[in-house]
Design a protein around this ligand. Sequence first.
Ligand code: PSV
Ligand code: MN
Length: 435
Amino acid sequence: MTVVNKDLIAAGQVAAHNAQRAANLEADYAALGGMLERRGIDIEKITALAQTFAVALPSWGVGTGGTRFARFPGKGEPRNVFEKIDDCGVIHQLTRATPTVSLHFPWDKTDDPAALREHAAAYGLGFDAVNSNTFQDQVGQEQTYKYGSLTNISAAVREQAVAHNIECIELGRALGSKALTVWVGDGANFPGQSNLRGALERYLDSMRNIYSALPDDWNVLIEHKLFEPAFYATTIADWGTSFACAQELGPKAKCLVDLGHHAPNTNIEMIVARLAQFGKLGGFHFNDSKYGDDDLDSGSINPFQLFLVFNELADAASREGAGFQTANMLDQSHNVTDPIESLMNSAVEVQRAFVQAALVDRAALKQHQEGNDVLQAAQALKHAFRTDVSAILAMARVRSGGAADPVACYRASGYRVQAAEQRPAKAGASSSGIV
Ligand code: PSV
Ligand code: MN
């Protein structure tokens, strides 16, 4: 277990918060335990499993996001990567479900990765996949990405984009990361703008160069996205293209599924099943959406879909054994809520789906499927999904040193008020949030 030697919220405050809620939590936990026992499930085993759950925080998520129209900054936003890590530390302290942070370069670039690593470690935080950014031009950059990066017609632009990805790997190595996530906005806004096949050939060529710079124990995660910013044809638009590229590149290349990057009503859990079946499921960016890539809080719109994704992951884990692992991250934009609160809630919602999926009676489900008992098969899933596992989640948090109710504890702590005093807004200085 990671040693945490620095608390952002006084340990005594968390303990008092939990003590106030202890009797109610014990009662709810005992009632749920009795109910699960009648289903042949040992609540203690499920709670222990819940305690193993982890999802990485997106460094860019702790700043207030925005839309193409406007951004309404929040108070006390982090102004640099060290302050972002502080906010991530609070989230992990209270939820105990977010022990790693996923950084985005050059937004989070630091000259002193060792100091950043140490800063994070003091909160018990490590680093998950690092993300490259060739979807916008950076200050001082020689070539523009206006017409694409890894797929650009110009070799000089492609070289610059490849070099940036290799630099991300180097920074990630210094921080203890083990994966690079590559998402490119490359594509076309008009039919005829680019040769569709030629663009993918150039993408593969660039990716081969990045792949060859990967350390042996690293993965490169290919993130697909249906549309935006390329509104006619995105080069890596779907899981099929992502899968084909991962196959071409080799065993260290895998696919990353960002839940928001699909057309409405797409059967995302089936994509998960397919990628797992062929050994190419690398990881996730969790979020929720109603219309497109809305980057809404995980589980806020369609918690059943999130559950079904975890049901496929549980199925894959039961087939593949301990070796089956995915890199799980949140990727959300918080435009109208306090980002710390949204991220805490979202981590808990993803954890909820993970725990609910563990309640599925897999033997019964198999029997219903083999007997073509469609109704009962569907009910087997619904039964698990409808189980309110809140008491398990709260107990897991309390036992791991977190808060019974993270948002209430955070609000009572006054962390945001203090941050607003300590981090006065400076026009144009914030590198946080997605716009
Ligand atoms: C693109 O929409 C995306 O999902 C990618 O993961 C980016 O790295 C991230 O959002 C931040 O813009
Ligand atoms: Mn994403």
